[in-house]
Every structure is written in structure tokens, then in C-alpha cells.
Design a protein around this ligand. Structure first.
Ligand SMILES: *Cc1c(COP(=O)(O)O)cnc(C)c1O
Length: 382
């Protein structure tokens, strides 16, 4: 077998993540690798934690990037906050609520599911009923921005319900961080995880997390050991919060962290609120252009995420063929439907670097051409 270097095609990434990564971030990742306990690197780690606090809008001391994709940070929240026999209420309105259920079960918890329709926000009244029926529940888990459908849930109201019943919250902000308003302290969220490859526009493989003092206290009070060594927060804390006495836990992904640092610098050069606004503006432009093409969105207007748009595939269109045309003719990636929505929607991401007029216009013109070509072909063979 003859092996040569791999040169990836130049794509525009407008699916559910990863999103386009800026050359500045890629360049940062190509800088020289140094030791992970080098004093220079320790300084960088502290800066990354500060930038993450600013992005999550929190003063939580325990805020850091987990070495792993979003799903690892997600699992870290479940295995640390739950002990065998605990009851948790998990809200599901798409794929990721289902993943939460599996993780909670593996942690030995009794799981109470609250299902809301796919494409809609988590239904508040249904959560209130579940809490009333399960006063023993200790944790409420939900997804702020459901990437599988494009629905935004009311994290502030859900967190208030949890606080009123002395429950902690586990909140998935993988797709919301940087893209829509998220106020970890303002809303009183407890264990919050995200990812780097969505609205932060960094490569995948790192996952920011933040834990409130209440969540840290719950972890400290555990009667049982966390079953995962790697994700046990009591061990990881010594690494990320050790200052100059930082103890070896695992070798941090040094170069990936250079990239995250640069990406966060870029975000805060624009400004967090300006970034939210850019996502909202790009979304408005996309929705108007889709309407001109006769295309509709799955999610009702009031519950839409700007950064993830599920577009209903018209009956006469082969959805996979359209995605193939975009990829092959335009080097443009958009997402397919997941789970119940497979074959029924396209998912167009406007995340991070992709949330601007140029990306929206590129996508609309490519989509318009692909639809027209497929329809004229169908008319000729009919
Ligand atoms: C992408 C995503 C995840 C998982 O992140 P990975 O990095 O793929 O593990 C979890 N939750 C939501 C809402 C996501 O969009």
C-alpha cells in the first residue's frame, strides 16, 4: 500500500458542526508543542479558563475545557452529579435528550423522561408535572439548543423550576455557547457543558464545562466514588485548578488548546453580544432567502435557533441528492436529518464563522441551483 500525505478538500461547513475554522485558529494550532506542566503553558491554561468564564457569563471557579468531545463533557456531568439510586428528570425533544437518558442510566440513576415533540422547545408544563410527581428527583437535565431539530428551550425558566424544588440542573449548551444568549450565573445553571466545534468555530475535541458552587458541593458530598477515573472531577480539579502546584492527571491536548485560546480571543474581539447578534442577523437573511425559494422551517418562529435551521424537504425533492450536489459542485456541507427527521429535513448551520452574509448567500444560491437542476431533470424524464 502506498501512503501519501492527506490533503483535505476545502469545504464550507454549514451543517450541525463542525463549523468553519478560521486560519488564525489553525495557525495557532501549528505553533510548537511545549510540555503541559511548562510554566508558560500553565499561564495559557489560566487564560483559557478566564476566557471561558467570560463566554459562559459566570464566576464559577470550576470552569475548564474537558479533553474530549462534547459527549465526554456531557458524561462528566452525569457521572459526577448522579449516584446510584438518585432520581433525575431528563427532558427530551430531540436526539441529545435520548443520549442524556442513556448516560444517566449507566450512572445508576432512576430516569424520569419528559418528552416534548421534536422540533419544539421543552414543554414547561410537562416538566412542572414531572417535578410534582417526583419530589425525590435531585437533578433536572435538558438541552438548551437542540442541534438535531433547531429548537431553543427556555433555560432560564427551566432552571428556576429546578431551584424552586431544590434540584440541580445539567444543561447542554454545546450549540448555544457563543451563538445565543446564555447566562450561567444570571439563570443559576449548575453543571453546564459545551463543545468547541459549533458556535466557537474551533476544531472538535475539546469541551468547555462549568460547575456552580452547588454542583461542586454535590460532588464533594458523594457517598460513592465516581465510576469513571478520567472524568472524576475531584481528580481533574487538581490539574485545572492547581496553579503552580498543578499535578499530573492526563496530558492536555496542548496544540488543540492553543486553537481554543485563539478562537476565544477572536470571539471576544468581536464581543459576545455582537456574536449573538451576528447569528440572529444571518438567520433572518437565511429565512428570507429560503422563503423566496418556497422552503419552510420545521420549528415555529418563537422557538427557533438562529444557528441551526431545519428546512423541510419538499415532497418532489431527493434530499440526499441535493446534499451530494452541494458537496460535489460547491464544496458546501449541510446536514441531514437525524433520527425521526432522517430524510425529512436538511440542517443548515450558521455557527461561528459561518454566521455572515457571504455564507448565507452561498448556501442559498447553491440550494437554489440544486433544486432547479433536480426539477428540470425530473421534468425531462417524465
Ligand atoms: C454536537 C452536540 C453534542 C455532542 O458533541 P460531540 O462533540 O459530537 O460529542 C451534544 N449535544 C449537542 C446539543 C450537540 O449539538
Amino acid at each position: 500500500m502506498h501512503m501519501t500525505r492527506f490533503d483535505p478538500p476545502r469545504r464550507t461547513l454549514m451543517g450541525p458542526g463542525p463549523s468553519d475554522v478560521h486560519q488564525r485558529v489553525l495557525d495557532a494550532m501549528a505553533r510548537p508543542t511545549i510540555g503541559h506542566l511548562d510554566p508558560a503553558f500553565v499561564g495559557l491554561m489560566d487564560e483559557i479558563c478566564d476566557l471561558l468564564r467570560k463566554t459562559f457569563r459566570t464566576d464559577n471557579a470550576l470552569t475548564f475545557p474537558v479533553s474530549g468531545p462534547g459527549s465526554v463533557a456531557m458524561e462528566a456531568c452525569f457521572v459526577n452529579l448522579l449516584e446510584p439510586g438518585d432520581t433525575i428528570i431528563v427532558c427530551a425533544n430531540g436526539v441529545f435528550g435520548g443520549r442524556m437518558k442513556q448516560m444517566a442510566e449507566r450512572a445508576g440513576a432512576t430516569v424520569v423522561m419528559v418528552h416534548s415533540p421534536w422540533g419544539r422547545a421543552v414543554e414547561i408544563a410537562a416538566v412542572e408535572r414531572a417535578i410534582a410527581e417526583h419530589p425525590e428527583a435531585r437533578v433536572l437535565a435538558f438541552v438548551h439548543a437542540e442541534t438535531s431539530t433547531g429548537a431553543r428551550s427556555d433555560a432560564e425558566t427551566l432552571a428556576r423550576l429546578a431551584q424552586q424544588h431544590d434540584m440541580l440542573t445539567i444543561v447542554d449548551t454545546v450549540t448555544s455557547l457563543g451563538g445565543i444568549p446564555l447566562e450561567v450565573d444570571g439563570w443559576g445553571l449548575d453543571a453546564v457543558y459545551s463543545g468547541t466545534q459549533k458556535c466557537l468555530s474551533c476544531p472538535p475535541g475539546l469541551a468547555p464545562v462549568t460547575f456552580s458552587p452547588r454542583a461542586v458541593a454535590r460532588v464533594q458530598e458523594r457517598r460513592t466514588e465516581v465510576q469513571s477515573w478520567f472524568m472524576d472531577l475531584r481528580l481533574v480539579m487538581g490539574y485545572w485548578q492547581g496553579g503552580t502546584k498543578r499535578a499530573y492527571h492526563h496530558t492536555a491536548p496542548i496544540n488543540a488548546l492553543y486553537g481554543l485560546h485563539e478562537g476565544l480571543l477572536m470571539l471576544h474581539e468581536i464581543g459576545l453580544e455582537q456574536s449573538w447578534q451576528r447569528h440572529a442577523d444571518a438567520h433572518q437573511r437565511l429565512v428570507a432567502g429560503l422563503a423566496d425559494l418556497g422552503l419552510e422551517l420545521l420549528v415555529p418562529e418563537a422557538e427557533r435557533l438562529p444557528q441551526l435551521n431545519s428546512v423541510i424537504v419538499p415532497d418532489d425533492i431527493d434530499e440526499a441528492a441535493v446534499r451530494a450536489t452541494l458537496l460535489n459542485a460547491h464544496n458546501l456541507e449541510i446536514g441531514a436529518g437525524l433520527g425521526d427527521l432522517a430524510g425529512k429535513v436538511w440542517r443548515i448551520g450558521l455557527m461561528g464563522q459561518c454566521a455572515d452574509d457571504a455564507h448565507v448567500d452561498l448556501c442559498l444560491s447553491a440550494l437554489s441551483g440544486a433544486l432547479a437542476a433536480q426539477r428540470s431533470e425530473a421534468a425531462q424524464t417524465a
